[in-house]
Design a protein around this ligand. Structure first.
Ligand SMILES: CC(C)(COP(=O)(O)OP(=O)(O)OC[C@H]1O[C@@H](n2cnc3c(N)ncnc32)[C@H](O)[C@@H]1OP(=O)(O)O)[C@@H](O)C(=O)NCCC(=O)NCCS
Length: 180
């Protein structure tokens, strides 16, 4: 899938090394539970590829047209945990810090939402993060998602009292999709 500046594509073996590099970068992982080892990073890439095989869509590898072959992932995912808003499809992103601040995440996320609404026929798409992840919340707002404060929740995969347990819930419905 093409956007103005990016290519959203399925994963290749060559992506595993730069993916492991971003998963071990403390800036990228600031609001995620832990840095990932190479083995853990490869396992995550494999889960992402399995999701593509099972559902035909997923967290696409992001390439810059005429530039970097792999800057991270953006796309759609069916969360495996259970919460009050699941089953659902979420939009998510994780980019190498070398490529932040250029609007790549919102550009790729908008294309992902359009794919979800047009190709998959979804009626709504959610996004979640921790309250302090203001960069990610800004991306959600830029692509027309709205915070649903009554939907905020404790992430079931994290233990009681974990500093990252509290999460905010954002949602966009088909008719609200914001153009550039
Ligand atoms: C979140 C992330 C994908 C953003 O990608 P990006 O392509 O750099 O996004 P943008 O270029 O739109 O820049 C982020 C926006 O946040 C704003 N921003 C940056 N730091 C901010 C802060 N501390 N507080 C508030 N807003 C902030 C930027 O100004 C920009 O908004 P603007 O265009 O209105 O100025 C990227 O930072 C990332 O991969 N983070 C680590 C992984 C992660 O947290 N993923 C989400 C987990 S749920």
């Amino acid at each position: 899938m093409l956007t103005n500046r990016l290519i959203l594509r399925e994963w290749r073996d060559e992506d595993l090394e730069p993916f492991a590099a971003l998963n071990s970068d403390p800036r990228v992982m600031e609001f995620l539970p832990a840095l990932l080892s190479r083995t853990e990073s490869d396992a995550m890439a494999e889960r992402i590829q399995t999701h593509f095989q099972e559902h035909g869509f997923g967290l696409w590898a992001v390439e810059v047209q005429g530039g970097a072959d792999f800057v991270g992932f953006v796309g759609l995912n069916i969360p495996r945990f259970e919460a009050h808003f699941t089953p659902c499809v979420e939009v998510g992103w994780r980019l190498s810090s070398d490529h932040w601040g250029k609007g790549y995440a919102p550009e790729a996320a908008r294309a992902s939402l359009e794919y979800g609404f047009r190709e998959l026929g979804l009626n709504d798409i959610v996004a979640i993060t921790v309250p302090h992840n203001l960069k990610s919340r800004r991306v959600m707002e830029k692509i027309g998602m709205r915070h649903e404060p009554e939907g905020d929740f404790l992430h079931p995969n994290l233990p009681e009292g974990h500093p990252l347990q509290q999460h905010v819930l954002y949602r966009v419905v088909k008719d609200d999709l914001k153009d550039e």
